[in-house]
Write a protein that binds this ligand. Structure first.
Ligand SMILES: [Zn+2]
Length: 309
């Protein structure tokens, strides 16, 4: 009770709202999270395919869009017809976003900044320009630097993954020839992010990655992340066991949100036994929060969930 009185509800907390394919569940395509700073800046992280385009009523105001890398399930090569279209197992994400991407189309509609690292900013600047947007709305934050956008300081960190650009984004003779040769476009390394909110909360967003030394030396050692969003899907990224090692031994946050499980993680909002999500929860020593679509969670400056978990 004393702690409740000391901290009025909603004060100085960061709100995290998953925008997955199906309300109240954690489904295979789910990537997108909206972070809201206590001062109002709203960030969309990895829109992917489950955000039903720029008109998705769940989006609201979006100031910043983060794209960890260029794969279709993150930048969004297509998107859902509507929230809850199809089933959790097979969401209907059949609305094509080529050659723009879901992220670019949302940025154009919301007049949001796209903040990326590596060589991705030039790609997004060109797409914005080609569609009547302002190329200056594509903002670069390369490894080691940071930039304050709105109320949030954004840094990028390496992710051990691949980052080829689908040639359908490029098109023309060059795109067609490269596609025939099986060579993807190059926009540098995949990334993760470290976000510092105005209440002091530091959040690590892993992106798609394997285990990296930076998770210890940089994410924990330098930035001191207190909350992590960790991809656990295996095959393409760390699986539950590797992701648990990253959390327990390397990043050592106070809490973690599981992400990118590539499975039906929940039924009726409850974790399905035998899933990767369950294995990750059992292996991790700090609280694991499952991102149930549409259910907002609030975190204090230490990464403790104080509402909605
Ligand atoms: Zn992915």
């Amino acid at each position: 009770m004393a702690s409740l009185l000391a901290q009025p509800a909603g004060a100085a907390n960061v709100k995290v709202t998953p925008l997955g394919s199906h309300d109240g569940e954690f489904c295979p395509q789910d990537r997108a999270l909206v972070f809201e700073d206590p001062n109002g800046t709203r960030i969309l992280y990895d829109a992917g395919r489950t955000v039903a385009g720029a008109e998705d009523p769940r989006l609201g105001k979006i100031d910043i869009i983060l794209v960890s890398h260029m794969h279709g399930d993150h930048v969004g090569n297509s998107h859902a017809k509507a929230p809850n279209a199809g089933t959790c197992d097979k969401p209907d994400v059949s609305v094509s976003d080529m050659p723009n991407s879901n992220s670019v189309n949302i940025a154009l509609a919301k007049k949001a900044k796209i903040v990326t690292g590596s060589e991705m900013p030039a790609f997004f600047a060109a797409k914005l320009k080609a569609n009547g947007g302002d190329p200056k709305d594509s903002i670069l934050v390369r490894f080691g630097g940071s930039r304050k956008v709105g109320d949030v300081t954004i840094a990028t960190v390496p992710a051990l993954h691949s980052n080829g650009v689908d040639l359908d984004y490029i098109g023309g003779e060059v795109g067609t020839a490269m596609k025939a040769a099986g060579v993807a476009g190059d926009v540098g390394l995949a990334t993760g992010y470290v976000l510092t909110f105005s209440n002091g909360l530091v959040v690590y967003l892993s992106g798609d990655t394997g285990i990296t030394g930076e998770q210890d030396k940089v994410v924990r050692g330098h930035y001191g992340a207190k909350l992590a969003v960790m991809n656990i899907g295996d095959g393409f990224t760390t699986g539950p066991a590797e992701a648990a090692y990253v959390i327990n031994d390397l990043v050592q946050p106070n809490a973690v949100i599981a992400s990118h499980a590539n499975e039906v993680g929940t039924k009726g909002g409850k974790v399905v036994p035998g899933t990767k999500t369950e294995a990750f929860m059992k292996a991790v020593k700090v609280p694991v929060h499952v991102p149930l679509s549409g259910k907002a969670m609030e975190f204090d400056s230490n990464g403790k969930c104080v509402a909605g978990c």
